[in-house]
Design a protein around this ligand. Structure first.
Ligand SMILES: NC(=O)c1ccc[n+]([C@@H]2O[C@H](COP(=O)([O-])OP(=O)(O)OC[C@H]3O[C@@H](n4cnc5c(N)ncnc54)[C@H](OP(=O)(O)O)[C@@H]3O)[C@@H](O)[C@H]2O)c1
Length: 254
């Protein structure tokens, strides 16, 4: 049987960068497995004529067994003997709560760390378990941020969760080099892009986030990236042979 199907699993596909990635990766022989809490009917319409096979699942990734549930759902729609590649894109993320450490309710910080750090790693674990021995191309992308390397006042949890993802990628890259059928893994920093997350940033108080005016001015001056364009560039890299495993790439590199 021909191995022609390209499977893309995308978390946080209901809007923003995840939605743009789904559109950029669509096409003949693409199978999109899309996850978010909201209804994705608008995206369903946009993808109708794309030639892709698409599976939409409303799932709250913060639910206890979400990683296993997600992978089980994907496996129901994967015919292994037809699979040319399978890619997990850990994109879902949140910025809130913003403000200096110690200011906000601990439960909110926990939720943040769970979604931005624990869930992508837990999902990667179940992906490795399910796919390590598969004889197809296997890749994991962590959508990271420039904030992983740059401390911003008020973003202690966001900066540290993304920094943690970057280190996970470096370690997993090393480990996978030892595998006979390695899974390639990369972190990607899209830069500032025009999504709902940027709106949230612009609406934070100067007290909680002293850099807020810099983000407002960048937006007014058209100095933030277009999510759709950056998503197309990342999609090309995901589909290409060159995929530097264990590395952190930024929008400037691709
Ligand atoms: N925007 C930027 O400037 C920027 C810069 C650097 C990095 N990033 C990163 O890029 C990624 C995408 O961000 P974005 O800007 O597109 O943000 P966004 O517009 O806020 O979209 C976030 C996505 O995550 C999903 N999500 C949130 N909580 C979830 C949950 N509990 N379970 C399942 N899905 C959940 C949302 O869907 P539902 O609400 O429907 O669940 C939505 O689809 C994030 O990892 C972010 O950190 C963004």
């Amino acid at each position: 049987m021909n191995r022609i199907k390209k499977h893309y699993i995308i978390t946080g596909a209901s809007r923003g960068f995840g939605k743009d990635l789904a559109l950029a990766l669509s096409g003949e022989n693409s199978v999109l497995h899309l996850f978010a809490r909201s209804n994705m009917d608008a995206l369903r319409k946009e993808l109708r004529k794309s030639g892709s096979e698409v599976y939409f699942t409303e799932l709250d990734l913060l639910e206890k067994d979400a990683p296993k549930e997600l992978m089980a759902q994907v496996e129901r729609n994967v015919n292994r003997s037809e699979t040319e590649r399978i890619v997990l894109i850990n994109n879902a993320g949140m910025l809130e709560p913003v403000g200096p450490a110690g200011k906000h309710d601990g439960d909110l910080f926990r939720k943040h760390l769970e979604l931005n750090f624990v869930v992508p790693i837990a999902l990667t674990h179940v992906f490795i378990e399910a796919c390590q021995k598969e004889p197809c191309h296997k890749r994991v992308v962590m959508v990271s941020s420039g904030a992983a390397d740059k401390p911003y006042y008020g973003w202690s949890h966001y900066c540290s969760s993304k920094a943690g993802l970057n280190m996970f990628v470096k370690v997993m890259g090393l480990e996978q080099e030892q595998q006979p059928d390695p899974i390639e893994v990369m972190a990607f920093n899209p830069g500032r892009i025009d999504t709902q997350m940027q709106e949230i940033i612009r609406n934070t108080s100067e007290e909680d986030f002293p850099m807020v005016n810099d983000f407002i001015n960048a937006f007014k001056e058209g100095k933030i990236g277009e999510s759709a364009e950056i998503a197309q560039r990342l999609a090309r890299r995901i589909q290409s042979d060159y995929f530097p495993s264990g590395k952190i790439l930024s929008h400037r590199d691709i």
